[in-house]
Design a protein around this ligand. Structure first.
Ligand code: GLN
Length: 193
């Protein structure tokens, strides 16, 4: 089972490293042909507009949408924006997951922050909190029908959600040692195979 990590820009190397730590083969994906044979794909954090421009010039938008019809896709931070159906004033990028996100939702004052999140889906019985790193993060401001909310900030803001084969996290699980969200994604990959 090989997982792809979209490597057009952003922190794809950290995801590949994290997957290698749990013995999952991972490859960099830049072109449509790279998607062949992959069991799932991670879209890393980075910058949404740069991602959009590169994905368009590499002819990746439609192949990614097609991939998402059959396989598991996980977007972290900018990757979550890329997955979302509604991203505010701009046109959506892939528009696959029925969530609305607000880019840079935490403003300039709170450019980056870290917080411990309760994520019950990670394990059935009182799992330890997940230490989450947010960097110029989006917030999920609407979760559509069939979207399961996985984590909220103490003020109620949704920061992780799942819908069918799509997973969105507003924070960066690839930057900390905890591998539980990568493992959760692998479960989704197996279920979609
Ligand atoms: N602020 C970026 C955007 O809106 C996302 C930041 C990130 O991925 N760390 O595209």
């Amino acid at each position: 089972m090989t997982i792809g990590v979209l490597a057009l820009q952003g922190d794809f190397e950290e995801h590949i490293h994290k997957l290698s730590c749990i013995n999952v083969p991972a490859v960099e994906v830049r072109l449509p042909a790279d998607l062949a044979g992959l069991a799932g794909l991670i879209i890393p954090g980075g910058e949404t507009t740069t991602f959009r421009n590169l994905a368009e010039s590499f002819g990746m938008i439609e192949p990614l949408r097609e991939f998402g019809k059959r396989r598991a896709l996980w977007g972290t931070c900018a990757g979550a924006i890329v997955l979302a159906r509604d991203i505010g004033r701009e046109q959506s990028v892939l528009g696959l997951m029925d969530i609305s996100v607000e880019r840079n939702a935490f403003g300039r004052q709170l450019d980056s922050f870290e917080v411990d999140l309760e994520i019950p889906a990670l394990s059935p019985a009182q799992p330890p909190a997940f230490h989450a790193v947010f960097i110029r993060a989006p917030a999920i401001v609407r979760a559509g029908e069939g979207v399961e909310v996985l984590a909220r900030l103490p003020d109620g803001t949704i920061v992780a959600a799942r819908q069918k084969n799509f997973l969105a996290t507003c924070f960066h699980p690839e930057l900390t040692a905890d591998d539980r969200i990568h493992r959760l994604f692998l479960e989704m990959v197996k279920a979609s195979g």
